[in-house]
Ligand binder design. Sequence first.
Ligand code: HEC
Ligand code: HEC
Ligand code: HEC
Ligand code: HEC
Length: 208
Amino acid sequence: MNKNNRIIQILGCLLLILLISSCKHKEEEYHSITDKIEAKSKNYHGVSLSSEAHFGDIKMMEITEGEHTFLIPERKSQIKSFKCTECHTTPLKKLKGKDIKKAHWDITIEHANVNTMNCVTCHNSENMDELKSLTGSKIDFNKSYNLCSQCHTTQFEDWKGGAHGKKIGGWAPPRASMTCVNCHNPHKPHFESKWPARFNTQKVKERK
Ligand code: HEC
Ligand code: HEC
Ligand code: HEC
Ligand code: HEC
């Protein structure tokens, strides 16, 4: 017999044996669908799910608030005019002299009314590189949620628990959440109402 034919025959046999044995193997492994689910989920915990895959360029930092420890984005490197003390070395009163151009012309407060807050309700005029609480204690720019929490207790409690504000990477560990100022501009925190980006296209056609 031709030598090549022989080799092909042998290979064919081997392949058949391999196929049969692998099929048999699968059948024996799971007696029922519930067995299969149980077996497949055994080594699943934390294997491929991690929120870290979603961080991208965002630098994260760990915080502990009450019984909750989680990651939030660092802010100082994201604030354009930080460090504030590059200019704010002299007291505000002097800075605001007649000859000085208005520096923060693009910032106006559309938050609470003027009786409740002005710039120095949140910013520390003694040291602009810090925020301050209503009673005058320091708040780091990276932890500005402590500023908001003074007046928005409900949202703060919800946020700590993970109910208010988006989590990065969903429920995948380690827990990571956006911080208040990632979503709300502190100077103008209210979201405008708007139409959804996609709505009833059939109605649009009908209106034409
Ligand atoms: C390039 C210089 C510069 C930098 C950087 C800068 N400021 Fe100012 N800022 C000024 C000047 C000048 C004034 C006074 C003139 C004015 O009111 O705009 C001022 C005024 C202010 C006021 C008072 C505004 C008012 O109407 O009473 C606040 C609050 C303030 N700055 C906060 C900050 C904070 C917070 C930072 C950092 C995140 C910062 N500034 C960074 C130059 C600067
Ligand atoms: C409700 C509290 C609050 C009030 C009131 C407030 N700020 Fe701020 N401001 C913040 C917080 C918090 C940040 C940091 C936001 C972040 O992390 O991006 C900030 C950031 C800034 C910055 C840096 C912005 C940038 O992108 O460089 C400037 C400048 C500033 N504030 C000036 C002012 C001035 C001037 C006023 C008054 C007209 C004012 N702020 C009123 C809370 C406040
Ligand atoms: C000194 C108290 C105080 C602080 C500090 C404060 N807020 Fe407010 N905030 C208010 C008041 C008062 C209103 C207006 C009342 C209302 O409309 O519910 C308001 C309104 C808002 C709204 C709009 C609510 C709406 O109707 O859409 C948001 C969002 C908000 N604040 C977020 C923040 C964030 C984020 C911070 C921290 C950077 C912060 N606030 C700090 C008092 C405060
Ligand atoms: C991932 C984005 C996100 C984060 C983070 C976030 N918020 Fe909000 N917040 C929202 C959205 C969206 C709404 C709903 C706006 C609407 O209904 O018009 C909202 C609404 C609010 C309101 C208005 C009242 C209400 O419940 O509808 C307040 C006050 C508020 N947030 C404060 C905060 C504070 C304080 C923090 C931080 C402790 C925070 N938010 C973190 C997105 C966020």
